[in-house]
Design a protein around this ligand. Structure first.
Ligand SMILES: C[S@@+](CC[C@H](N)C(=O)[O-])C[C@H]1O[C@@H](n2cnc3c(N)ncnc32)[C@H](O)[C@@H]1O
Length: 254
């Protein structure tokens, strides 16, 4: 198995990779939402909504225990909340970058007047502070790719899920063909330049295309999911495969 995890420039160990990712997100947190919507021409909103719809059956159950890990500034969580009924158990929204999480927490507070709400939790996706077999659903949007060890992440998610509990991983992908070639120019050249201009920093938006290039392609991810205790593993491409949603269930029999 060649798959390991994110490798930000200069990081020589998993601990350094995690630290570098956390510092990078803390640094771009004030501009993150603006850049996200700008660089994706708001398509990111469709992707979050589509992901939430995919899990509407479990979201509709008031007692379902749900975690949005790597929640960042909380937009995936907000899309999930739209499907929660009145009085439902709060969604746990976790991230290890405080600058990102505090912005998410503000959105959740504004929503609290509505029926369902979310609780922000500062936590590392590779060491979830949650009981084994306690969750019905884990969702992560554009966060999994940044983990320092993908296999360890999948295993800890598996541990925290109930048997039969569901996993959704929304992340970027590299489309093939002519579109893929055109997109690669945008993603590797135009996007880092806009990112640098708006957020005044060089690193994060150079890291983004590199991290997508380093992320296992769907066949490899699905194999890894199968080897780490999941069944019914599938990948649904979104918007010509620029992004896509991995879905799976924790095996009911180990
Ligand atoms: C690209 S942002 C995505 C945020 C949000 N889910 C969204 O869709 O906009 C990635 C997030 O993953 C978080 N992250 C990366 N590695 C993590 C880890 N090991 N534990 C917790 N959060 C992590 C980062 O702090 C960052 O907020």
């Amino acid at each position: 198995m060649t798959t390991t995890g994110a490798k930000p420039a200069g990081a020589e160990s998993e601990a350094e990779a995690a630290q570098s990712v956390r510092q990078m997100f803390d640094a771009i947190a004030p501009r993150y939402d603006l850049l996200n919507h700008l660089l994706s021409a708001n398509v990111d909103r469709l992707w979050w909504r589509r992901t939430a719809r995919r899990f509407r059956a479990v979201l509709a159950r008031p007692d379902a225990a749900i975690l949005d890990i790597c929640c960042g500034t909380g937009d995936m969580t907000m899309a999930l909340l739209k499907h929660r009924p009145a009085g439902a158990r709060p969604i746990l929204a976790a991230d290890f970058a405080r600058g990102m999480l505090s912005r998410g927490a503000r959105k959740f507070r504004a929503h609290e007047a509505g029926a369902a709400y979310a609780v922000p939790v500062e936590a590392d996706a590779l060491h979830l502070p949650l009981r084994s077999g306690s969750l019905d659903l884990i969702v992560t949007a554009f966060g999994f790719r940044n983990l320092a060890n993908y296999e360890a992440g999948l295993k800890d998610f598996n541990r925290a899920l109930k048997p039969g509990g569901q996993l959704g991983i929304l992340d970027f992908s590299e489309p093939g063909g002519l579109l893929g070639m055109a997109y690669a120019v945008y993603f590797r050249r135009v996007l880092p330049a806009i990112g640098r201009l708006v957020c005044g920093k060089d690193g994060p938006y150079n890291y983004l295309p590199r991290s997508v290039g380093n992320f296992p392609p769907p066949a490899e991810m699905l194999k890894l999911m199968g080897e780490t205790g999941y069944e019914e593993c599938a990948w649904q491409p979104y918007t010509f495969g620029i992004a896509g949603l991995y879905t799976a269930k924790r095996k009911t029999v180990a």
